[in-house]
Write a protein that binds this ligand. Structure first.
Ligand code: C2E
Ligand code: MG
Ligand code: MG
Length: 494
């Protein structure tokens, strides 16, 4: 790899030190198998030393390639040279498909071996004057300065795909991985380093969507929304493996006495790159990709674990509501999965309520009825969520084994000052009671709404006026702290 137009080569002493750190890592791996505890300490020391070194020299200690910060510096230089000379610069963003699977099935040692081997193969594919870097995790970037046309970049991408078509041999383990490559060009696609990276990244996700080894050029016609969806879908899968999800809990209170009857578990995703992403954006995407099945199971498991923890801490009995997705409901063996989770945490079935929406049952009502009956026979409670927004078929209310109906928040918001909407809410409450279902009002934001729902004889209320979704600690405080607790905003939680 040449470094035309880039800073001076590394001092020999630092290169030597890096080599020694790398050798120490290999030794550490051997040692880890013999003595886990001692190796953890050693690993911490080496990691500290290593990151200090990386900071100084801008090299990735595993592969020896430039790391993200050094690459960005070189890319900036490359673009300013190109600006003066009027030449184009191509940026290739390479992501490994199935790298996670290698790490998960063979372990990190083999994941590391694979990354080293990938670095070697990538270096063999580039032209003299190009730069390849390890950008982070299983992502690599390639800068191709002074490039004549797109065909040259396509040629490199094709060489990379061909190079990956041979399996990787990792200590007698044969591993197949393919690259997804996105290509963006300066100045036609973007004129700054960051924008060029975003464009190459977007093109890479498009390549990933094609499946297998593939490359894709960034095009201005890449519809922004489609791009955002693709990025979100891939980030979601990574976020799940990195544990970026957590649960918050929103209380429900009984209207007649004001005491907390239960809580609803609500999923949250705090992405380091995108910030807090609302469930309305990421849950449909998880549903589409099927990730919701795994995540939904975790939500139930974590809610039951939390419910048990509150009870052991002395909280009064509390029913925990968990939202089910359409995919989960269709998943064969759902009642068995639920039963296993309850048993694992020692939670009684009637302490759990599963919330489903009308639209989830419309596709195959007979199947939904049989699954819900099975769950109900186990003692689990079922709630119809967001009532009034879907098909609102009255026959469902009598045929489906619901214990409660949650009136959608749109009715509650529109109720104030609107007699027609109030009449509808009144009718839903009356109908629910006639069918011996409990009626819960969602999205109660004001005292006026709460009072009106009391007059209409709703059973329970949930909404910002009662309490926002909050952390488990905040909820414990609400349950076990002094009787008069101020409302705690989700954002104010510790
Ligand atoms: P949902 O089950 O109907 O949950 C109630 C939603 O209303 C929550 O939004 C909650 O934060 C919000 N909310 C509660 N009180 C008020 C209020 O007074 N005013 C207003 N404006 N909003 C209020 P969130 O957490 O954004 O969740 C949205 C939807 O995402 C949920 O609607 C549910 O359908 C879905 N969802 C959330 N967590 C999960 C999950 O773990 N699994 C599944 N499958 N879906 C989930
Ligand atoms: Mg719900
Ligand atoms: Mg709802």
């Amino acid at each position: 790899m040449s470094r035309a137009g880039v800073p001076e080569p590394l001092p020999a002493a630092l290169v030597d030190l890096l080599a020694r750190v790398s050798a120490a890592y290999d030794e550490m791996d051997r040692e880890r198998r013999r003595n886990d505890r001692a190796t953890t300490l050693m690993s911490d020391e080496l990691t500290d030393l290593n990151s200090a070194l990386q900071h100084q020299v801008g090299r990735d200690s595993l592969t020896g390639l430039p790391n993200r910060s050094l690459f960005m510096e070189w890319l900036r230089n490359g673009l300013s040279v190109a600006e003066r000379t009027g030449q184009a610069v191509m940026l290739l963003f390479v992501d490994l498909n199935d790298f996670k699977q290698v790490n998960d099935t063979l372990g990190h040692h083999f994941g590391d071996l694979l990354l080293k081997e990938v670095a070697t193969r990538l270096e063999a594919c580039i032209r003299t004057g190009d730069t390849v870097a390890r950008f982070g995790g299983d992502e690599f970037t390639i800068m191709m300065p002074a490039i004549g046309d797109l065909q040259q970049a396509a040629g490199v991408a094709e060489r990379i795909i061909a190079a990956f078509s041979h399996r990787f041999m990792l200590e007698n383990n044969e591993v197949a991985v393919s690259p997804a490559i996105g290509i963006a060009s300066y100045p036609s696609d973007a004129t700054t380093c960051d924008a060029l990276l975003v464009a190459a990244d977007a093109a890479m996700y498009r390549a990933k969507d094609s499946g297998g080894g593939a490359y894709h050029f960034y095009t201005a016609s890449m519809d922004a929304e489609a791009h955002e969806r693709t990025v979100l879908k891939h980030r979601l899968a990574k976020a799940w493996t990195k544990g970026e999800f957590f649960l918050v809990y929103q209380p429900k209170v009984l209207l007649n006495c004001g005491s907390i009857s239960g809580v609803e578990a609500l999923l949250r995703w705090n992405s380091p790159e995108l910030g807090a992403v609302p469930p309305s954006r990421f849950i449909p995407m998880m549903e589409e990709s099927g990730l919701i099945v795994e995540v939904g199971e975790w939500v139930l498991d974590e809610s039951c674990r939390q419910s048990r923890a509150w009870s052991e801490a002395g909280a009064p009995p509390l029913r925990i509501a968990v939202n089910l997705s359409a995919r989960q409901l269709r998943q064969p063996g759902l009642p068995g999965t639920v039963c296993d989770i309850l048993a694992r945490h020692g939670v009684a079935p009637d302490a759990v309520e599963l919330e489903i929406t009308e639209s989830m049952i419309i596709r195959d009502p007979e199947y939904a009825i049989s699954v819900l009956n099975e769950l109900r026979d186990m003692g689990i409670r079922i709630a119809m969520d967001d009532f009034g927004t879907g098909y609102s078929s009255l026959s469902y209310l009598s045929r489906f084994p619901f214990d409660s109906i949650k009136i959608d928040q749109s009715f509650i918001h529109a109720m104030t000052g609107n007699d027609d909407v109030t009449a509808i809410v009144n009718a839903i409450i009356g109908m629910g009671h006639a069918l011996k279902r409990r009626v819960v009002a969602e999205g109660v934001e004001t005292e006026a709404q709460r009072t009106m729902l009391g007059e209409l004889k709703a059973d329970e209320v949930q909404g910002f006026a009662i309490g926002r979704p909050m952390s488990p600690d905040c909820l414990a405080f609400l349950l076990m702290g002094p009787a008069a607790v101020p409302l705690i905003a989700e954002t104010d939680c510790p």
